[in-house]
Design a binder for this molecule. Structure first.
Ligand SMILES: *Cc1c(COP(=O)(O)O)cnc(C)c1O
Length: 472
């Protein structure tokens, strides 16, 4: 299948495969049931010398590859955070692949640059984000957070580290809560700050950062001769969707001159709901802000929206020739200079498809359903009696555990829940994951797959009852 004459029938077969996949997705075990190495050992050791037929390839897709797929688009996928796609985003992605455009600078893809700029404006308006922010689509929140840290580092050092390294500079420190995402620690390692200079601040009983502890840590560091560089506020922690006190952290960052980055990777999507937007008050104080439509907002991976207040500092950190001095007259963005990679995908196209084919109201309606289903799930667990809720349910994530009657030591409850998780996931009807909250093993259910309905949540409830009864 290499000629255009064959493309029509070949693509029709592939599209039929995709349609059948979605029609039958609920028949697959949600979590792949293979063992490590199973797929690798049945794949041939070498690429074929001569071209094969599409039919042979599609046969192997079904026979070899599909058993090793965990179905992230299965409505009974409740693990981690969702990484949703949708029919609009699949269509946009197909065309992105067809165009095969490199969106590194305006010249190489004018529509790539200008649609990206417009999509960031659309999202700012849809979520009431500050009008003076500028945005760029990154691959992941991890990359966005690294960009924030590198920009903060350059701004603080007068762009010296980029130029001549750290030599002669005082040691810089970074702050986040003990519940913050591991990507912050990774960024601190990569940016040359050093993991031992990351301060993990204590959280309160709702798993949100204690701002007085942040201020105290900054003051102690200043006294000890460190230079506090950046604080990260979590707007929706990965463990429990806790939201740090965004306004308090902003005030502290302003007082001590720290870069303020907000990581809203998952929960930030909910800012599109007027009734949820107040939870994000304080975000306007941020120097940088990131959230991922590729998690909850029906736009297939990768699509991470990164906003900054100081566009010049961002560009000056990443540009490879000091064009910014001479291109003041140019009215367009060269996104090569807004991040780490040179080559860039046309990510804005699938977001455009999603926003136009759902409409903001279509997205809001689905989010509201997901939040209502999470409340339903929480209530059902509470009525059940043998389960306890371990964190406030503010959006669509429920943290809970099995708690049989009688006095059991903490480790035994932890072990029971770990067994329960394995039993549920091995059953193939639902997929959940876990975290630790206050040192206790906690089960997590993220109720946000694109096509999830109440009947799917009921399957999880039934599985929890069935598998927990088998435990004792
Ligand atoms: C998922 C998540 C991340 C990482 O997102 P990537 O886009 O995969 O890098 C970072 N922070 C939080 C709070 C998350 O939930």
């Amino acid at each position: 299948m290499q000629q255009i004459e064959e493309f029509r029938s070949a693509s029709e077969r592939v599209l039929a495969w995709i349609e059948k996949y979605f029609r039958t997705i609920e028949n697959y075990p949600v979590k792949s049931q293979v063992s490590p190495g199973d797929i690798f050992k049945v794949l041939p050791g070498k690429a074929p010398e001569s071209a094969e037929a599409l039919d042979t390839l599609l046969d192997d897709l079904d026979k070899v590859i599909m058993p090793g797929i965990s179905h992230w688009q299965h409505p009974q996928f409740f693990a981690y955070f969702n990484a949703n796609n949708s029919f609009p985003s699949i269509l946009g992605e197909l065309i992105t692949a067809a165009l095969g455009a490199q969106c590194m600078i305006w010249d190489t893809s004018p529509s790539g640059a200008e649609l990206e700029e417009k999509m960031m404006e659309w999202m700012k308006s849809a979520m009431r984000l500050p009008g003076n922010w500028q945005g760029v689509i990154q691959d992941t929140a991890s990359t966005a957070t690294l960009c924030a840290l590198l920009t903060a580092r350059e701004k603080k050092s007068g762009f010296r580290v980029n130029d001549s390294g750290f030599s002669g500079l005082p040691v810089m420190t970074v702050y986040c809560s003990s519940e913050a995402h591991s990507s912050i620690e990774k960024a601190v390692k990569i940016a040359g700050i050093g993991r031992s200079n990351l301060r993990k601040i204590t959280v309160d009983e709702a798993f949100a950062m204690k701002p007085d502890r942040l201020e105290r840590a900054i003051e102690e560091d200043i006294k000890a001769g460190y230079v506090p560089l950046m604080a990260v506020g979590a707007a929706g922690t990965t463990g429990s969707l806790a939201i740090d006190p965004l306004t308090d952290i902003g005030r502290i960052c302003g007082k001590y001159g720290l870069w303020y980055h907000i990581d809203a990777a998952y929960a930030g999507n909910a800012a599109i709901l007027p009734e949820c937007r107040p939870m994000f008050d304080g975000l306007e104080m941020a120097d940088s802000y990131v959230f991922n439509p590729h998690k909850w907002m029906f736009t297939n991976f990768d699509c991470s929206l990164y906003f900054v207040r100081d566009r010049e500092a961002l560009i000056r950190t990443f540009e490879i020739n000091p064009e910014y001095l001479s291109t003041d007259a140019v009215q367009v963005n060269n996104y090569r200079d807004w991040g780490i990679q040179l080559g860039r995908r046309f990510r804005a196209l699938k977001l455009w498809f999603v926003l136009r084919l759902y409409g903001l109201e279509g997205i809001r309606e689905k989010f509201r359903l997901h939040i209502a289903l999470a409340q339903y799930f929480r209530d059902q667990l509470q009525n059940h009696g043998a389960f306890e809720i371990l964190a406030p349910v503010s959006m669509n994530l429920v943290c809970f555990r099995y708690r049989p009657e009688g006095e059991l030591p903490g480790e035994e409850i932890d072990a029971l829940n770990a067994r329960l998780l394995r039993a549920i996931n091995a059953g193939g009807h639902a997929y959940i994951s876990h975290t630790r909250l206050n040192g206790r093993y906690a089960l997590r259910a993220s109720i946000g797959q694109t096509n999830v309905e109440r009947r799917h949540v009921d399957v999880l409830l039934d599985e929890l009852t069935r598998c927990s009864q088998l435990l004792v």
